[in-house]
Design a protein around this ligand. Structure first.
Ligand code: ADP
Ligand code: MG
Length: 626
């Protein structure tokens, strides 16, 4: 007798469930997609214990006819396709007729559904793939599916479930993506009765992003809308000053469906690469519309991943579109001059700008003084504008004009400043930056450097500039295979609170990874034995204390990369020249040259602007020449 046997249907379904249902989040995804396909306007998702205990999805879609309710749980039972060609042209979300059959083979299911043409609902209960109860009940139009005791009959799979927090975070990621993909639908998500998310369903993507991802992100969005021969892109990019340490906030939707695709992520990251720190990831919500012929969403059993058939074209179009959109939103903070000679930043008056303004005003007197004190040698001749530079050429509004000086003095100092420095041009090798040369004009307020480039007149913040340069040097040093660490002659003893000790314990691996070695000394005391060479001139105690404070503040899990980034930011900041420090001409020029060699000359590691730009056009407009 042969040994090959046909597997029982339920076992076969369990095997295929393994492909569709990895974890509670996969069930949530399938159920939501069914609700969307059913034309629901409101979808409510309730989760208990990360989905292990209970997953309930309730919608107000068209519902299921009483006659169809049993067959919905059969394998390859679907109301959505009839033949294989449909698979390729379909816009609908679920189309394999596998989800319910798979779920029912690994969990207990209860479904209540009332079809829109029916005045009664049917309630059906299944366990182990068998119907255990079915009866008519009263209910509103729509469908409610409850999944309990996930993986009760497949202990091996149950064992692979992670903590409640992790499983729920997968669920909330799925719901966030689905809610963003469908801003015309209202989503509500509850975990153990707490409301986690609620979207308005008003069809406005920005409002949905606000509801799901918060105001910080929603207020920093740049719309993207580009149509090419092959694809249409729309949605939002986030300004490069906001980033994440992982791809968690890179959301892609292909033909309305949230997907993961390495190619699209890479294209976007390449476009952002010069604007954000190495190791950081951009935030994007990108809707890609392509002819369904060019994508195959069925490469992944859970339809998470898509494959593009013209991948190089797709990559290039996305990269270019994102890059151009970002370029239009100049990475340099732009300053606009109004005809009435008042200046306004093209961003809202953020705290940062207010701070900056205060600094300008505080320093207005010393600006003229320092210009006077500077001893520039007389070389070169003055070519461009002929005497039209009066008080406002000082890049400030009338308020900043120093009334203590006679206007002739103001004029003289400035003329001198420009004339005497205007001769020497330095070419910039950093082709990715928008500038190809710079001409150093001078230092103002002992804090800012003025340069001319082909983009216009730039005011460079010397502290932020050096922070950027040092950050990248530190970053490079840290990423060397063998980090240079140095043993301390005298180990440093640091007493910690119980909470701090706990934090050090939790991040022990990360702290050691950045080259700080320590051991326990009992009684919540640690002994620092080794620090990275880069830190050798700094107070070990301060560094450790700040690091712990940093980690404690973040509270939740920080990745090794984030810990490292924080450390490097801290180091770069502590080692940089401060505002208020006079620099020689050579020092200034060197600083600017070094700045343009960095990956991102426009932002300091804390994402503050390094420079502001006033275009020639703005200057001429302001002076009434245009
Ligand atoms: P598929 O979605 O691939 O068709 P499923 O197993 O997910 O397969 O669902 C089987 C069928 O059950 C669907 O084709 C649909 O007719 C019906 N169905 C499932 N969920 C719902 C729902 N929330 N509202 C209305 N019909 C549903
Ligand atoms: Mg489905």
């Amino acid at each position: 007798m042969g040994v090959i046997k046909q597997l029982p249907q339920n076992v076969a379904n369990q095997i295929s469930a393994g492909e569709v249902i990895e974890r509670p989040a996969s069930i949530v995804k399938e159920l939501i997609e069914n609700s969307i396909d059913a034309g629901a306007k409101n979808i409510e998702i309730r989760i208990e214990d990360g989905g292990r205990e209970l997953i309930k999805v309730k919608d107000d879609g068209h519902g299921i006819l009483a006659d169809d309710i049993e067959s919905a749980f059969n394998r390859y039972a679907t109301s959505k396709i009839e033949d294989i060609d449909d698979l390729y042209s379909l816009y609908s979300l679920g189309f394999r007729g596998e989800a319910l059959a798979s779920i029912v083979s690994v969990a207990e299911i209860e479904m209540i559904s009332r079809h829109q043409d029916s005045d009664q609902a049917v309630k059906i209960k299944l366990k182990g793939g068998e119907i255990i109860d079915k009866k008519p009940v009263g209910s509103t139009i729509g469908t409610e599916i409850t999944v309990r005791d996930l993986f009760y009959n497949t202990p091996a799979r149950y064992k692979y479930l992670k903590t409640t927090t992790t499983e729920f975070s997968h669920i909330s990621k799925i719901v966030s993506a689905e809610a963003t993909a469908n801003s015309d639908l209202s989503f509500k998500l509850f975990h153990d009765s707490r409301q986690i998310l609620s979207t308005p369903g008003n069809g406005k993507l920005k409002d949905t992003i606000y509801a799901v991802f918060g105001g910080d992100i929603a207020e920093n969005l740049i719309p993207i809308d580009i149509e090419d021969r092959y694809i249409k892109l729309s949605g939002y990019l986030c300004r490069p000053e906001l980033t994440r340490s992982s791809r968690s906030h890179e959301l892609f939707f292909v033909n309305g469906r949230p997907i993961y695709n390495n190619l699209t992520a890479k294209a976007v990251e390449t476009a952002y690469s010069k604007l954000i720190d190495p190791g950081r990831k951009p935030i994007v919500f990108l809707f890609i519309k392509v002819n369904p012929i060019l994508v195959d969403v069925n490469v992944h059993p859970a339809k998470k991943e898509v494959k593009f058939s013209r991948s190089q074209i797709i990559f290039d179009v996305i990269k270019k579109a994102v890059r151009n959109t970002l370029k239009e939103n100049d990475p340099t903070t732009r300053i606009k001059i109004k005809k009435d000679h008042s200046l306004e930043a093209d961003r809202d008056q953020t705290e940062e700008n207010i701070e900056r303004d205060q600094l300008f005003n505080q320093n207005k007197k010393s600006s003229y003084n320092s210009a006077k004190q500077n001893n520039y040698s007389k070389t070169g001749s003055y070519k461009q504008s002929k005497g039209n530079y009066q008080k406002n050429i000082n890049y400030e509004d009338d308020k900043s004009y120093n009334p203590d000086l006679k206007s002739s003095e103001n004029k003289k100092d400035f003329r001198q400043l420009i004339r005497e420095n205007e001769n020497q041009e330095y070419s910039l090798e950093n082709v990715e930056a928008e500038e190809s040369y710079f001409k150093f004009l001078g230092q103002i307020f002992n804090s800012y450097l003025l340069i001319e480039t082909d983009q216009g007149l730039k005011i460079v913040d010397q502290h932020n500039a050096q922070e950027r340069i040092l950050y990248e040097r530190f970053y490079a040093e840290y990423n060397k295979k063998d980090k240079a660490s140095q043993s301390l002659l005298m180990p440093v003893k640091i007493e910690l609170s119980a909470e701090e000790r706990e934090i050090v314990h939790q991040y022990e691996a990360e702290i050691k990874k950045i080259g700080i070695d320590f051991s326990d000394f009992g009684n919540n005391t640690i002994l620092i034995q080794e620090v990275p060479v880069l830190l050798k001139n700094m107070s070990t105690r301060n560094i450790i204390e700040e690091l712990i404070a940093e980690l404690a503040e973040a509270g939740k899990a920080k990745s090794a990369a984030e810990v490292q980034t924080n450390m490097l930011e801290y180091l770069a900041c502590r080692s940089s020249i401060k505002a208020g420090q006079p620099l020689t001409k050579n020092e200034s020029i060197q600083l600017i040259k070094d700045l343009y060699k960095t990956e991102n000359p426009y932002r300091c590691p804390h994402s503050r602007p390094v420079m502001i730009n006033i275009s020639r056009e703005e200057i001429e407009k302001g002076l009434g020449r245009k």
